[in-house]
Design a protein around this ligand. Structure first.
Ligand SMILES: [Zn+2]
Length: 167
């Protein structure tokens, strides 16, 4: 199994946003203004809103992705590689898997994840992603092992994933 194939399933931005949102909800979103943990998801703004004081929290705020502009899919690509290779994962490798042109933002991104996410957290993140996939395709059948190789390093569309799920 080629390593690049391992990344395929995580290259969808829409599912990555959904999975990141679920991950945050599982961990509990805390309102910065009033401390409440009751939030709902404001679809139109793509933000959480506090049930008690209506203060809004962006999806990245207060997480390891705060301040980063890189796609959410990079988060899952990185975490998947980190679970497979541990902190030996190199920046070169990560760059290969994302296809991202610039070194510097990736460097900061990857280091942050290496430092802040322990093994347990990485596992939780990936299982949240599989749950979201499973819900979307009504099966848990898309795994690393059934993925086609994608020569280009582009993000993958939901349709392409659906196609894989249907096989
Ligand atoms: Zn609040």
């Amino acid at each position: 199994m080629s390593l690049l194939g391992l990344t395929y399933v995580y290259k969808n931005e829409e599912l990555s946003v959904e999975a990141f949102k679920e991950y945050r909800l599982n961990k509990g979103v805390v309102c910065k203004k009033c401390g409440s943990q009751q939030h709902y998801w404001l679809m139109s703004k793509q933000q959480f809103q506090c049930v008690d004081c209506r203060f809004r929290t962006t999806l990245r705020s207060g997480t390891v992705l705060q301040g980063s502009k890189l796609p959410y899919s990079y988060f899952f690509i990185a975490v998947n590689l980190l679970t497979k290779q541990g902190n030996r994962l190199t920046l070169d490798d990560f760059q290969k898997h994302t296809g991202h042109k610039y070194y510097e933002p990736l460097w900061e991104f990857l280091n942050k994840l290496k430092i802040n996410l322990d093994e347990k957290e990485r596992t939780l993140i990936l299982s949240t992603y599989s749950d979201v996939l499973g819900k979307r395709f009504h099966s848990g059948l898309i795994t690393d092992n059934v993925l086609p190789l994608k020569p280009e390093f582009e993000l993958v569309s939901v349709q392409e994933l659906e196609h894989v799920a249907a096989r």
